[in-house]
Design a protein around this ligand. Sequence first.
Ligand code: SF4
Length: 288
Amino acid sequence: MSVSDALAYWKGLEAMGGSGAKIHLTGGEPFANWPALLDILQAAHAQGLCAHELETNAFWCTEPQQVYQRCRQLDQLDLGRLVVSCDLYHQRYIPFERVKLLVQVATDVLGPERVRIRWRDFFANPVDISDLGPEQSRQAYCHAWHSHHDRLTGRAAEKIAPLLELHPASTFAGQDCRKPILASRHVHIDPAGNVFPGVCAGLVVGNARQNPLSQLWELLLSSEDQILQTLIQQGPYGLVSVAARLGYQPGQDGFAGKCHLCTKVRRFLWDSGKFAPTIGPKQCYYEN
Ligand code: SF4
């Protein structure tokens, strides 16, 4: 994301949310491009803007001196809080030692109240899944999900949801998504300007490069987009009917939750090529 785009979105959100606006810089992984992240934070700081939270998985924390320097820079830029991801899913790829190093250094530099570990219970009792057999891994994933109920979208819909208790699609009839789409007071904006409501990855309610955020919100409220209206009024079970007209049949294995159902149906609709840009971008549905 360019500095100018980031600042435009940042100011737009502050204009809409006033002093209650909370800017959370996350990814992907924002530290994957530290110079770009620093440019954005410095440019924002120069205009009196400070990030409420910055989230990282600590993949980059191999050199204590570099970790210290970056934490000092974040402190000088008045970062509100550093959020460190720590859970079974991340620790399959990121050595726990890196998380531990970052938490130690950030706590020293920023103070404990400015370091949030997500999740602290896992940090206290980390599990190395690489040592576990298939059944133990399955149990560990089930335990992780039941501990924190992360939303079953994206890869979680493919990898985690099938391990959980599954229900027929009709179980989710009548569970509309008015609140998560229109009233969560929470959006994600990706580098292309796509705006997602709450944590509904892959559901685009508008593009912040094409319309200022305040205008985009007005457009959303009057939108007649078939996908958005179906989800707002009927939830993902309503999307099943839309997809069924194109040949979709809900999987016989069932669904672990309404977001799992939503993701599976939206992936089918993405494949149909008929619902862009509302269903997109491709990265939310396929890894490559
Ligand atoms: S079911 Fe879909 S639209 Fe509703 S909250 Fe979940 S991901 Fe968002």
